[in-house]
Write a protein that binds this ligand. Structure first.
Ligand code: C2E
Ligand code: CA
Ligand code: CA
Length: 699
């Protein structure tokens, strides 16, 4: 029996709920751990005689409105059951007190005579708090929704019907007498471009992928216009987690979607809307023309960076206020980007009016701005495009024209305006054509490499080649030099694919030549890396893969990176170069002397060579200053432990001068022009380089 009692008490102690047993004389005979924890007393450690003194505790008489005789334990001892009586107690362990439910059961002997009573105590504080919070938040939500002027909806998913509040209908101009309880009242009004996303957002929440439902879409107002509506909602789920109901709000956020928060000006979406409308009107009827002016604030980035974003914001507000005074009611003045603005002149008969307006804008901007205790001067590069007035043009096209003109204005210097004209059109068109051709060139494999020999000056032996890309353009039917397409390839990002090809092909070619010489050919291959390539985050792994695939020693690849690319962000460049160096590649600064090298960085960069820019080499024999520059570069390189390559060597005179300066390598038309692979292969045969076995150790 004793054992049984022990088993029983450990079972009781393992329960979450408190259990208290009293005998017929209202003496406590059993209190489990949970009961002690909930009530905040430790009875088990007390002798049985002292426990009874705590009897009252388990009849939580701290609860004032509760008559003592009504308490569950007492009623249980008196032979009565009670169901979940809720009480609030204050006890020493929880400063705020606890909500409990108590349920009592009488205990009897086998013959039915009273033996005492038992009470089960459950702490429901957390549950009550949650219920309370929910109710409170629901009330708050309803209040907030009312205050915020939101429309409400409540969707019974199981039954497929939906309730819309009056405000909801009002928001969309719907007559309440015509509305049905179908969800189609909602979905049927959503803009066709937005419906898919809306359905996805709802599904994501119903499938528990998002904590709440939120979506922005355009909804059709009865007046035929679309309004931007922000929907928010929350699903109510059954015990299995399946959503049975979803309720939420709709708010009209058209203002926010169409106006810039900082300046209060229309934003790009609204501007485009007006532009579309004007273009459509111009297509229908012959009206006077309109004009679109796009402009960016010159040096805004500098203001932001040097004076802080706060001052930057103030400047934008000040600009929008000052320029706003020039705008007539029918015109649209919009902020379309960080420091980009646009003016749409609804009635602008011609070039003269548009440029005069641009002059007015400019005149306002050159007056100093006083912001954040500073005086700031500004100006704008303005691009102008004309529309309407008998010409038919699409809004996107007008936009692109103004943008092209703006870029021209910027390129010509600060504080200018440019009108989009047909020459610009032609240039833009050619550029576009070239870009299209360039994209196809990669797919069609129209790139080939030419190789220009690099010679060891002291011995006249072949040291390596520089790989130079050529575009065998089938569309134009001629070979295009890199100078004509590399800048565009850079701008469009196409250079990454091209550069990838160049490195792969150059490695493959060198490996092939080496194979033809039984692996004994000691030549390096110089490969140019463009700025964009150099900035690729996965540059290292990509080069590593290519070099490994070619089975060449990494040492035989020499990467050429221009001085300006490196010095633009010397710190980042140091890091990238170190990564490349770790692969075992050789590194060379190209076009050295044309940029502004920082000696501090130069010393720390893991370089092998400097390549003196062609412009200095070309004039070194006729111009003492250039001779001096080359001489200085050679000395500098040697002091840094680097070797020197002179490019653009066109005469024996230059070669002699370079030899006197101690320059290691030369490259130029005097030795050989860049040539196709087959010619380069013949060049190798006629100018045998050192073989690995007989390498001149002193070179
Ligand atoms: P770069 O890296 O300075 O290449 C040397 C350029 O000088 C080559 O022009 C070459 O043909 C030319 N050159 C060589 N010797 C002489 C000479 O004695 N006199 C004169 N006047 N010129 C000489 P190319 O092939 O037209 O390349 C022009 C530029 O295009 C290159 O300048 C390089 O910046 C870029 N480029 C060429 N191939 C690639 C490439 O595969 N990737 C990248 N990113 N850029 C490349
Ligand atoms: Ca080069
Ligand atoms: Ca160069």
């Amino acid at each position: 029996l004793r054992d049984q009692t022990q088993v029983l008490s450990s079972i009781l102690d393992s329960l979450e709920d408190g259990v208290v047993v009293a005998d017929a004389n209202e003496q406590l005979v059993l209190v489990n751990r949970a009961a002690e924890r909930i009530m905040g007393v430790a009875l088990q450690s007390l002798p049985a005689t002292e426990r009874s003194a705590h009897y009252g505790l388990f009849l939580p008489d701290q609860v004032t409105p509760f008559p003592h005789d009504e308490l569950p334990l007492r009623r249980a001892v008196c032979g009565e059951s009670t169901n979940d009586v809720g009480v609030f107690i204050r006890n020493p362990t929880t400063p705020t007190g606890a909500w409990l439910t108590l349920s009592g059961r009488p205990l009897t002997y086998a013959d039915g005579s009273p033996r005492g009573g038992l009470v089960v105590i459950r702490d429901v504080t957390a549950q009550r708090a949650a219920e309370h919070a929910l109710r409170e938040s629901e009330e708050r939500y309803a209040l907030a929704a009312k205050g915020a002027n939101d429309g409400l909806w409540d969707w019974d998913i199981a039954r497929g019907c939906i309730f819309f509040s009056e405000r909801w209908m009002e928001m969309l101009g719907i007559d309440p007498s015509t509305i049905t309880a179908s969800p189609d009242e909602w979905f049927g009004r959503v803009h066709s471009d937005d419906v898919q996303k809306l359905r996805e957002d709802i599904a994501a929440h119903l499938n528990l992928q998002t904590p709440h439902f939120e979506n922005e879409s355009r909804m059709l107002h009865q007046d035929g216009t679309y309004r931007w509506v922000l929907s928010r909602g929350f699903a109510v789920r059954d015990a299995t987690g399946r959503a049975t109901r979803m309720a939420g709000s709709h708010s009209d956020v058209t203002e926010r979607k169409l106006y810039d928060a900082l300046t209060g000006l229309p934003n790009k979406a609204l501007l485009m809307d007006r532009l579309e409308w004007l273009a459509a009107r111009a297509a229908r009827q012959t009206t006077a023309g309109f004009a679109l002016l796009l402009f960016g604030l010159d040096r805004f980035k500098m203001v932001n960076e040097s004076l802080g974003h706060g001052v930057g914001d103030q400047l934008l507000v000040a600009v929008s206020q000052r320029l706003g005074r020039l705008i007539r009611p029918a015109d649209t003045f919009a902020r379309i980007g960080a420091d980009e603005f646009a003016v749409l002149l609804e009635e602008c008969p011609g070039v003269h009016e548009a440029t005069r307006f641009a002059d007015q804008l400019q005149a306002q901007l050159v007056q100093p701005f006083h912001v954040g205790g500073e005086t700031v001067f500004s100006s704008a590069s303005i691009g102008i495009a004309l529309g309407g007035g008998g010409t038919v043009s699409r809004p996107q096209e007008i936009w692109r024209k103004a943008d092209t003109a703006k870029n021209r204005a910027k390129a010509k210097g600060r504080g200018r305006h440019e009108l989009f004209d047909s020459a610009m059109h032609k240039r833009a068109y050619q550029q576009l054509q070239l870009e299209t051709d360039l994209r196809q060139a990669i797919e069609r494999g129209e790139f080939r490499l030419h190789y220009q020999p690099i010679i060891t000056l002291a011995t006249g032996q072949l040291a390596g080649f520089e790989a130079l890309v050529r575009w065998y353009c089938t569309a134009k039917g001629n070979v295009i030099a890199p100078g004509e397409f590399i800048p565009l390839a850079e701008e469009t990002g196409l250079i990454v694919g091209i550069g990838d090809f160049v490195l792969r092909e150059a490695c493959r070619q060198l490996a092939e030549w080496r194979g033809q010489h039984g692996g004994q050919l000691d030549l390096f291959m110089a490969v140019n890396l463009s700025a964009r390539q150099f900035g690729q985050p996965d540059l290292k792994s990509q080069i590593e893969d290519t070099v490994i695939a070619s089975s060449l020693e990494p040492r035989s690849i020499k990467l050429e990176i221009t001085e300006s690319v490196i010095m633009e962000d010397a710190l980042a460049a140091t890091h990238t170069l170190e990564q490349l160096k770790a692969l075992g590649l050789q590194l060379c600064i190209d076009d050295f002397g044309t940029g502004y090298s920082s000696m501090k960085y130069l010393r720390d960069l893991p370089l092998d060579s400097l390549k003196v820019d062609r412009s200095f080499v070309a004039k070194m024999t006729e111009d003492a200053a250039n001779h001096e520059i080359v001489s200085t570069i050679v000395r500098l390189a040697h002091n840094l432990g680097l070797d020197v390559i002179a490019e653009g060597v066109e005469s024996i005179g230059m070669a002699n001068a370079l030899q006197q300066l101690g320059c290691e390598y030369v490259q130029g038309f005097h030795y050989a022009r860049p040539m196709e692979a087959e010619a380069a292969q013949r060049f190798i045969s006629s100018h045998p380089p050192t073989t690995s076995g007989s390498k001149n150790q002193s070179a």
